[in-house]
Design a protein around this ligand. Structure first.
Ligand code: PMP
Length: 414
């Protein structure tokens, strides 16, 4: 998408904010300014009500009962799969596994796709800017198989060095991984280009889409990857929801990861046969109400449209970056030309956690810490950063309040 920070947009943010009950609360006697959206987003009333209505009116288990409630609960759950498949343009609803989030999605690929293929001397390629969820599962299966995990480097601006990534796609690499958008830097990675090069080399590509789907339209077919992992709670949905999209040929070849009810065709002690994907990978009772909520979250995104969301968020990102750059001694981590609205920063001489605590006392919620990205912190040689991450329901006035609070904190700590 080619929308610049200065694109004028008519965006009725106050009307949108009215849909999010939590945004009107106060914290420590101050109006809440919620800038921790990369951690988890707030939920519109329509999502909260969809979950509530499920439990009040349609609660039953899925795929087990022939009674009316069971049919309605199944329709809600399976309806969410249809919506999610459409949301990321999956070629088929049967290629979409519903999971508890990106962490489970990636672990499913690690144990079900990667582990059976890996042998000593093989490698998995990831990058220095990944969330631990796109590093540690690979280390666990590498340790079991004698494979190694390689990490492609980034530059000081927080961009992936793509040439180096492609150079590292050597014949021992059995799976390549990359985040679509960095949760710390906001950097948008060139997934299409990486996917094209992976296809040329016959290497499957997994994309961590956790931080992309809340901000931009995703089309897995246009991206050309093999696996795309998403999490529901960062995209207006309930916690404990997410999905893995994978190409049918992979899902058919992959053995199940969890065994149990709902994932079988026939169970005998002489040998069990499994259901077809996606059910082969969905043992046990899922988070039915959560997925009903996630379906409502998708409806909400679609009622606004990503063009408007993206334009507004990019305006906010441009404005917040400009205001932060005016503060002496403030360093921003992540200055790629194409970013989603995530700004990590530090102030000379101040600890990130102290700053986050003092900001909280003024009603400003930002995250401090390593953001589950130790290798990235090691690259920048810092233990932690502060991170302000924006959503389309944030306003310029909130950014002004954040800057005023930050200047106060700076005075206190300097
Ligand atoms: N990948 C990225 C880029 C993330 O930002 C997160 C959440 N912070 C995850 C993976 C893990 O998501 P979840 O905990 O919802 O599974």
């Amino acid at each position: 998408m080619n929308v610049t920070a200065s694109t004028p947009t008519v965006f009725d943010v106050q009307r949108i904010r009215a849909d999010f009950p939590l945004l009107s609360r106060s914290v420590h006697g101050k109006p809440l300014v919620y800038l921790d959206n990369a951690n988890t987003s707030q939920k519109p009333a329509s999502v909260i009500e969809a979950v509530n209505a499920h439990y009040r009116e349609r609660n039953a288990n899925v795929a087990r009962a022939v009674h009316q409630l069971g049919e309605e609960a199944t329709a809600g759950y399976e309806g969410a799969r249809d919506k999610l498949a459409r949301f990321i343009n999956a070629p088929s609803r049967n290629e979409l596994i519903l999971t508890s989030g990106t962490t489970q999605s990636i672990n499913l690929v690690a144990y079900s796709y990667a582990l059976p293929r890996l042998k000593a001397g093989d490698a998995i390629l990831t990058t220095v800017m990944e969330h631990h969820a796109n590093i540690v599962p690979w280390q666990l299966v590498a340790a079991r198989s004698g494979a190694t995990v390689k990490a492609a480097p980034i530059n000081e601006r927080g961009e992936l060095i793509v040439d180096k990534y492609l150079e590292m796609l050597t014949p021992e690499v059995k799976l390549a991984c990359v985040t679509h958008v960095s949760n710390v830097l906001g950097t948008v990675n060139p997934v299409r280009e990486i996917a094209r090069e992976c296809r040329k080399r016959g290497i499957a590509l997994l994309v961590d889409g956790s931080q992309a789907v809340p901000h931009r339209p995703v089309d897995v077919q246009a991206l050309g990857c093999d696996f795309y992992a998403i999490t529901g709670h960062k995209m207006l949905g309930p916690t404990g929801t997410g999905a893995l999209w994978a190409k049918r040929e992979h899902l058919e070849a992959m053995p199940p990861f969890f065994g149990g009810g709902e994932m079988i065709r026939e169970v005998r002690f002489s040998g069990t046969t499994f259901a077809a994907p996606p059910h082969k990978f969905e043992a046990g009772t899922p988070n039915i109400a959560g997925f009903v909520g996630l379906a409502a979250a998708i409806d909400y995104y679609e009622s606004i449209g990503f063009e408007a969301i993206h334009a507004w968020e990019q305006q906010l990102l441009g404005y917040a970056t400009e205001r932060l750059r005016e503060i002496p001694g403030l360093r921003i981590f992540g200055e790629a030309p194409e970013k989603e609205p995530v700004i990590s920063f530090l102030l000379d001489g101040a600890q990130a956690t102290d700053m986050a605590t003092l900001l909280d006392l003024q009603g400003i919620a930002v995250r401090s810490g390593h953001h589950c990205a130790h290798p990235l912190m090691q690259f920048y040689d810092v233990p932690a950063t502060l991170r302000a991450s924006l959503a389309f329901y944030n306003t310029r006035e909130e950014i002004d309040a954040f800057i005023v609070a930050l200047l106060k904190v700076r005075k206190l700590l300097m």
